[in-house]
Design a protein around this ligand. Sequence first.
Ligand code: FE2
Length: 286
Amino acid sequence: MESVPRRVEKVIEPQPVVEGAGVKLRRSIATQTLDYLDPFLLLDHFASNNPDDYKAGFPMHPHRGIETVTYVLSGVVHHRDTLGNSGSIGAGDVQWMTAGGGIMHEEMPQVRPEGIEGFQLWVNLPAKLKMTRPRYQDIRSHEIPEFKREGGTTLRVIAGVIDEVQGPVTGIAVDPLYLDVFVPPHTSFIQPINRGHTAFAYVFEGKAKFEENGAMVSHPRLVVWSDGDNIRVTTEESPVRFLLVSGKPLHEPIARYGPFVMNTREQIEQALLDLRRGTFVYSESR
Ligand code: FE2
């Protein structure tokens, strides 16, 4: 079968939002422009050197029915949760949290000279796993394989397999690919992506073309590709750095309310009821 290149379907400008207790973010999924990108429900980019933009953080809050993925580029985020985990996520680290049936956690960026930069992605769980036992994959920077392809493209593999290199995050329902890609000037990066999987790039440094003979896209932008077998990113005189993310769409109904993403309104009502009754957090007996 002929290999079909993916085309650029949308280029989206991130929207400024204030979230948590007062953290300034750039949001590109979960906005009026783009509600969700099945199976991805939200994408935030936080980047600031001004403590007033981030120090209020995200005090204790619940999640149910989703996975939250935090990737820190610089600075430190302290966290703790109702599973008894606590610690910090620093430069290059990833926390892939499967909230499942219910977790409460706190995510607090620390005031540091380097400020803070990173991303949070929400990945949907299939209906059958929405109430699953919470799971937490805490990945340190040194555990994330980083390698350079011929031509100079540098890749960090957080989830999925590329060039036979397996990322450390495993056992995720939507079979995700999550890469941090740096393409030097005057270089093409071509990568197969599973047919039928949703794929996007979040461009956070530099600029590039995201399809053959396409328009130049400068950071910060979300680039959504159409279906196909591979993507091609081409730089000119500037380099580019972006997240490359793909995953299998679920094609299931979505009922969302803040930090809960379920399939029906009734399940959202149940989450709110559980929260009021103090029975929200996952327990084996439920
Ligand atoms: Fe959270």
